[in-house]
Design a protein around this ligand. Structure first.
Ligand SMILES: NC(=O)C1=CN([C@@H]2O[C@H](COP(=O)(O)OP(=O)(O)OC[C@H]3O[C@@H](n4cnc5c(N)ncnc54)[C@H](O)[C@@H]3O)[C@@H](O)[C@H]2O)[C@H](O)CC1
Ligand SMILES: [K+]
Length: 482
C-alpha cells in the first residue's frame, strides 16, 4: 500500500527530527537525494552530467533551500548551476552560501536570465505553498522549455488537494521527501514521475492509501478446487431499459468479465443482454430474479416510479448494493433510502452526480468532500475521476490513479459498476472492491487504447474496454505472482 500524508502530518513528523538533528541535516539529506535524481535525469536526457546546465527557481522558504543545496551538490559533479532568486532578500541563506562556495551563479529571477538550461529545479514553494504561482514566478515559469524537476511538490498546485486555480508548474519529475503528499496522486499530470527520498521521517498510517497493482492482483477472486458458479458469489444486475438497453449489456458484461461467479440480470433489456452474454441468467423483473449475494442498481435503468419502486425493493434487502447512474439520481430525491442502511452500500458518482447528491461539486478538495458524504450518509462512496477516490464511512480513502483518461467514454462507468458489483458478491468489502475494480478497469482502458502494445494510444470505447478486462486481470495477477 502506498500512503499519502497531508502536509500538517508531514510537518508534525519533521518537527522532532528538526529539533534532534544538527541544523540543516534534514535539508541536506533531501537536497542530496534531489541532486541524485536530477543527475540521473540529466544523464538519461542528455547522455552526460558534467558540463550540463541546470537552473534553479528559488523561492523564499526551505523549498528554495532544498534547490540551492541540490545545486551545490550538482556543482561538485561539474554541472553549471544558475539560481534564479524570486526573492533575493529572503533566499535560504545557508543554501545560497553553499551554492556560491561551490561556484554556482545566483541572480535575481528575470525571464531574460533563464538561459538555455538542460534541466530546471522548481524550488519556488513546497508544502507551505498556497494558491497559484504569483505573477513574477508565473512569468519566469511560462518561459521555460526545459524539463522541470519539482522540489517536493509542483509549485502553484495545492499540496493537499492537487487543485490548480491559476498558473502552476507542470513537472516531468517530482522529487518528494520523507512521505508522499496527496498532490502526488491527485494531480498526476502536474507531478509527472514521482520519486521519494527517505529523510528518516516516522509517520503513522494515513487515511489516503493506494493499493499497489500487485496487491490487487493477489486478492482478485478466482475459482478454487471446491468452487462452483454459486460459491464464488452471484451478482444481480438491475440496469438497462427498453430506452437504454446498452447500459444493461455493458453492466452485465462487466460483471461477467470480472469473476467466474454467476451473473443474474433483472430488467427489460434481458433479450439484448442474453444475445451478448448467454451465460447470464435473466429475468424480466427484480422480483423474479432469484438469489444473489450483491446487487448493482442504476445504469440506464431510468428514473420513473417503477425504477424508484425497484430501488426501494433492492435496498430493502440485507445485501450489499452498488448504486450508480440513474440510481443516484433517484437517491438524490430520497436520500433517506440509504441513510442508516446496515448492509454495505456503495455509491459510485462522477462529479456531476456527486453534486446532485450533495448540492455541490466535490472540487477543489475532493478527498474531504468524499469522506464527508461517506460519513454523513453512512455509506461507501466511489468518486470517479482520473484519480478515483473510494471512501468508507470511517474516513479511510483508497485512491486509484488511472495513469490516463482513456476510460472517459460513454458506458465505461456501466462496465465499472458491473465489475465492482461482481467483486462485492464475491465477498470483497465495497471500498476494496471499488479500488480493485477501478484499477482493473483503468488497465483495461489503457490496454484498449494502446491495442495491447506500448505505443501511443487512440480513443477507445466501453465495449473495447470490456473486452480487455480479462487481460487486465491477468496482468494484475501476474504482477502478484512475479
Ligand atoms: N523542514 C525541513 O527541515 C525540511 C523541509 N523541506 C522543504 O521545505 C519545504 C517547506 O518549506 P517552507 O519554508 O515551510 O515553505 P515553502 O518553501 O514551501 O514556501 C515558502 C514561502 O512561500 C510563500 N508562498 C506560499 N504560497 C506561495 C505561492 N503560491 N507563490 C509564492 N510564494 C508562496 C509562503 O510565505 C511560504 O512560507 C518543503 O516543501 C521541502 O521542500 C525538506 O523537504 C526537508 C527538510
Ligand atoms: K516546488
Amino acid at each position: 500500500m502506498r500512503r499519502y500524508y497531508p502536509c500538517e502530518q508531514v510537518r508534525a513528523a519533521e518537527a522532532p527530527l528538526l529539533a534532534a538533528l544538527p541544523e540543516g541535516t534534514l535539508m541536506r539529506r533531501a537536497a542530496f537525494g534531489l541532486a541524485r535524481v536530477a543527475a540521473t535525469e540529466l544523464r538519461a536526457r542528455t547522455g552526460s552530467v558534467a558540463g550540463r546546465r541546470v537552473s534553479l527557481l528559488v523561492g523564499s522558504g526551505d523549498n528554495g533551500g532544498d534547490a540551492l543545496w541540490a545545486g551545490a551538490f550538482l556543482r561538485r559533479r561539474g554541472v553549471a548551476v544558475t539560481a534564479l532568486l524570486l526573492d533575493p532578500e529572503r533566499a535560504h541563506r545557508a543554501g545560497a552560501a553553499a551554492l556560491r562556495t561551490a561556484g554556482g551563479r545566483l541572480v535575481p529571477a528575470d525571464p531574460g536570465r533563464i538561459g538555455d538550461p538542460d534541466l530546471v529545479l522548481d524550488g519556488i514553494v513546497g508544502i507551505s505553498g498556497r494558491g497559484p504561482l504569483r505573477p513574477a514566478a508565473a512569468t519566469v515559469v511560462e518561459q521555460i522549455t526545459a524539463p522541470i524537476v519539482a522540489v517536493d511538490t509542483p509549485s502553484g498546485v495545492d499540496p493537499d488537494t492537487g487543485a490548480v486555480d491559476g498558473p502552476a508548474v507542470t513537472a516531468a519529475v517530482t522529487v518528494t521527501f520523507g512521505a508522499y503528499k496527496p498532490v502526488h496522486v491527485l494531480a498526476p499530470a502536474r507531478c509527472g514521475r514521482v520519486e521519494l527520498v527517505d529523510i528518516g521521517l516516522e509517520l503513522p498510517p494515513s487515511h489516503l492509501v493506494a493499493a499497489e497493482p500487485a496487491e490487487i492482483g493477489a486478492i482478485w477472486p478466482v475459482p478454487g478446487a471446491d468452487d462452483d458458479k454459486y460459491s464464488q458469489g452471484v451478482v444481480g444486475i438491475v440496469a438497462g431499459s427498453a430506452r437504454f438497453p446498452g447500459a444493461g449489456v455493458l453492466c452485465a458484461g462487466g460483471a461477467v468479465a470480472a469473476t467466474s461467479g454467476m451473473v443474474r440480470y433483472a430488467g427489460s433489456a434481458a433479450p439484448v443482454v442474453l444475445a451478448r452474454f448467454p451465460e447470464v441468467v435473466a429475468a424480466p423483473s427484480f422480483a423474479e430474479a432469484g438469489r444473489v449475494q450483491a446487487w448493482v442498481f442504476g445504469p440506464g435503468g431510468g428514473t420513473d416510479h417503477q425504477a424508484a419502486d425497484t430501488l426501494r425493493e433492492v435496498l430493502a434487502t440485507d445485501l450489499p448494493v452498488l448504486i450508480d447512474a440513474d440510481g443516484l439520481t433517484l437517491l438524490s430525491r430520497q436520500p433517506e433510502l440509504v441513510r442508516g442502511r446496515d448492509a454495505p452500500t456503495l455509491l459510485t458518482p462522477h462529479a456531476g452526480e456527486f453534486a446532485r447528491l450533495t448540492g455541490r461539486r466535490p472540487e477543489p478538495d475532493r478527498v474531504t468532500a468524499v469522506r464527508a458524504l461517506a460519513a454523513d450518509w453512512g455509506v461507501h462512496v466511489l468518486l470517479k475521476g482520473r484519480s478515483t477516490l473510494i471512501a468508507n464511512p470511517d474516513g479511510h480513502v483508497f485512491v486509484n490513479e488511472a495513469g490516463g483518461s482513456w476510460a472517459a467514454t460513454a458506458g465505461a462507468g456501466d462496465v465499472l459498476s458491473g465489475m465492482i458489483g461482481a467483486l462485492m458478491s464475491a465477498g470483497m468489502a465495497p471500498d476494496l472492491a471499488g479500488a480493485a475494480g477501478a484499477r482493473a478497469h483503468a488497465v483495461a482502458a489503457d490496454t484498449a487504447a494502446r491495442g495491447g502494445a506500448d505505443g501511443a494510444g487512440a480513443p477507445t470505447s466501453a465495449s473495447a474496454i470490456l473486452d480487455r478486462v480479462p487481460a487486465a486481470v491477468r496482468r494484475l495477477r501476474s504482477m502478484a505472482e512475479s
